[in-house]
Write a protein that binds this ligand. Structure first.
Ligand SMILES: NC(=O)c1ccc[n+]([C@@H]2O[C@H](COP(=O)([O-])OP(=O)(O)OC[C@H]3O[C@@H](n4cnc5c(N)ncnc54)[C@H](OP(=O)(O)O)[C@@H]3O)[C@@H](O)[C@H]2O)c1
Length: 398
C-alpha cells in the first residue's frame, strides 16, 4: 500500500521537488509535484510587535516539502489562539529559535518573514514520499507546532504524523476551531492528567476557565468520557458552558471563586487554563492521597527562556517545577505543567468523537482573510467564548 501510494504520487505529478538533506550534504528527491507557483498569499510579520506588524503579501515563498514525511495543505480555514497574539509580540522566540529547523530560517539567519496561525483545516495538496496515509485532495485538519510556519497563508507544510482526516460532519470553518486547543487539552488531560475514555467515568474534574478555546473543548471531551465536570467562567458564559455539558458552573466574577468551590466535593483532576493566583487555592481542592492531579497550562517556561536565555531559563524552569511538585506531593497531590503536543493520532480519536456528535465546534466569530488584523484584535481583547476563525479559501467554504 505504502509503495503503491509512492508510485501513484509519482505518476500523478509532473514536477520534481528536491531538497538539501538536513546537514546540507546531499540533494534528495522527496516528493513529486506539479508546482503551481513559487509564491502565495500570506499574512506575515517581519519583526515582533503589536498588530501593526502584520503584513499581507502576495509574494510569500510557496512552502517546500523538505522531508519525506511532510505534506503541503491547501488552507481553507485557520484558527487563532492566544499564542498567536503572544508570538506576534515575540513570546517564546528564544525557544522557537532553538527548535526551528535550519531549513526554515532565511539566509540572513532570521525566522522572518514569519507566518502565524496554529490551526488549519484544508486539503492535502502534495505528499512527501513517506506519507502513506494521505493523498492529494484528502480533507484534513492539523495543529501546527509553534516553531513552524503557520496557517495564515494559502498553503502550509506540516509533518504527516501531525495531520488527521478532518471530521466529515464539520465544515472547514468549524474544523479549524479545534485542532490546537483539542490536542493541548488532550495532552494535559490524557498524557499529563492520566484520564482517558476508559477511566474517566465518575471522576470529578474542575476546569478553571471553561469558556475559552481549551475549556469549551475539554468540557465536552470529559463529559463524553463520563466524568463529572465543574467549570468556572464569567456569569455571561454560564449558559454556553452548561450547554456544553458542565454539571456545575461557578461564576468567578461574583465574589471569591475559591470560597464557592470549597463547598463542593473535592476533585480528582484540575485543568487550569487561567494560572496566576488560581494556583494558590486550586491545589487545595484536590482529593489528597488519591493520585489526584493539578495540571496548569499557564507556565513560565517560555517567558523564562525569553528573559534569561536558553540555559538559565531552562535551569530556572527546572528548579521552579521541581520545587512546586515536591511541595505538593508532600500534601498528597500531584502538581504538573501541561503543554501543547501535536498528534495526528489524538486528532484521529477526536475526529471520531466529533462525527459521533460528542463534540461540537464552538466558533464565536469568523473573519475573512483580508481581515486578519481585526481577527487578532478580537482575540487580543480576551473574553473568548470559543474560537475566532479566519477563512482563507473562501470559494470552497460551504
Ligand atoms: N501550555 C501550553 O502549551 C498552552 C497551550 C494552549 C493554551 N495555553 C494557555 O492556556 C490558556 C487558555 O487558553 P485558551 O485558548 O482557552 O484561551 P482563551 O480562548 O482566551 O480563553 C480564556 C477564557 O478564560 C476566561 N477567563 C478569564 N479569566 C478567568 C478566570 N479568572 N476564571 C475563569 N475564566 C476566566 C475568559 O473569558 P472572560 O474573561 O470573559 O471570563 C475566556 O473565555 C491561555 O493562557 C493559553 O495561553 C497554553
Amino acid at each position: 500500500m505504502h509503495l503503491f501510494r509512492k508510485i501513484v504520487n509519482r505518476k500523478l505529478c509532473s514536477g520534481v521537488n528536491l531538497a538539501l538533506s538536513k546537514d546540507g550534504s546531499s540533494l534528495r528527491t522527496l516528493c513529486t509535484s506539479a508546482r503551481r507557483s513559487t509564491v502565495m498569499q500570506a499574512w506575515v510579520i517581519d519583526k515582533y510587535g503589536n498588530n501593526s506588524v502584520l503584513r499581507f503579501t502576495k509574494n510569500a515563498p510557496f512552502p517546500i516539502i523538505h522531508y519525506p514525511n511532510e505534506v503541503i495543505i491547501k488552507v481553507h480555514a485557520a484558527g487563532l489562539n492566544p499564542i498567536d497574539i503572544n508570538m506576534r509580540g515575540g513570546y517564546g522566540a528564544a525557544t522557537m529559535a532553538m527548535k526551528r529547523d535550519p531549513l526554515h530560517i532565511n539566509q540572513a539567519g532570521s525566522e522572518f518573514p514569519l507566518i502565524l496561525g496554529r490551526e488549519v483545516s484544508g486539503e492535502i495538496m502534495e505528499c512527501g514520499l513517506d506519507v502513506p496515509y494521505f493523498k492529494p485532495g484528502d480533507e484534513v485538519w492539523a495543529a501546527i507546532s509553534p516553531w513552524k510556519q503557520g496557517s495564515l497563508a494559502e498553503f502550509v507544510v506540516v509533518s504527516g504524523n501531525e495531520v488527521s482526516h478532518k471530521p466529515k460532519s464539520l465544515s472547514h470553518l468549524d474544523a479549524a476551531s479545534l485542532p490546537y486547543v483539542a490536542v493541548t487539552a488532550w495532552s494535559a488531560i490524557v498524557n499529563t492528567g492520566g484520564l482517558n475514555k476508559n477511566n474517566s467515568a465518575k471522576k470529578r474534574v474542575l476546569i478553571i476557565g471553561g469558556s475559552g478555546g481549551v475549556g469549551t473543548f475539554a468540557i465536552q471531551m470529559l463529559k463524553s468520557w463520563g466524568a463529572h465536570v465543574t467549570a468556572t467562567c464569567s456569569q455571561n458564559a454560564e449558559c454556553l458552558v452548561r450547554d456544553l455539558g458542565a454539571d456545575d458552573v461557578v461564576d468567578y466574577t461574583s465574589g471569591p471563586v475559591e470560597t464557592k468551590l470549597k463547598t463542593l466535593e473535592k476533585f480528582d483532576l484540575i485543568l487550569d487554563n487561567i494560572g496566576g493566583d488560581t494556583e494558590r487555592w486550586a491545589v487545595g481542592l484536590l482529593k489528597p492521597w488519591c493520585g489526584s492531579k493539578y495540571v496548569t497550562l499557564v507556565t513560565p517556561f517560555l517567558r523564562n527562556t525569553d528573559q534569561l536565555g536558553l540555559a538559565d531559563g531552562m535551569m530556572q524552569t527546572a528548579v521552579t517545577i521541581a520545587t512546586k511538585a515536591l511541595k505538593h506531593i508532600t500534601k498528597g497531590v500531584h502538581y504538573r505543567w501541561g503543554f501543547f503536543a501535536p498528534s495526528g493520532r489524538a486528532l484521529d480519536d477526536i475526529s471520531e468523537m466529533v462525527d459521533e456528535g460528542k463534540i461540537r465546534a464552538v466558533v464565536e466569530q469568523c473573519f475573512p482573510f483580508t481581515e486578519v488584523p481585526q481577527a487578532f484584535a478580537k482575540v487580543e481583547k480576551g473574553h473568548a467564548r470559543g474560537k475566532t476563525i479566519v477563512t482563507v479559501a473562501r470559494e470552497q467554504e460551504e
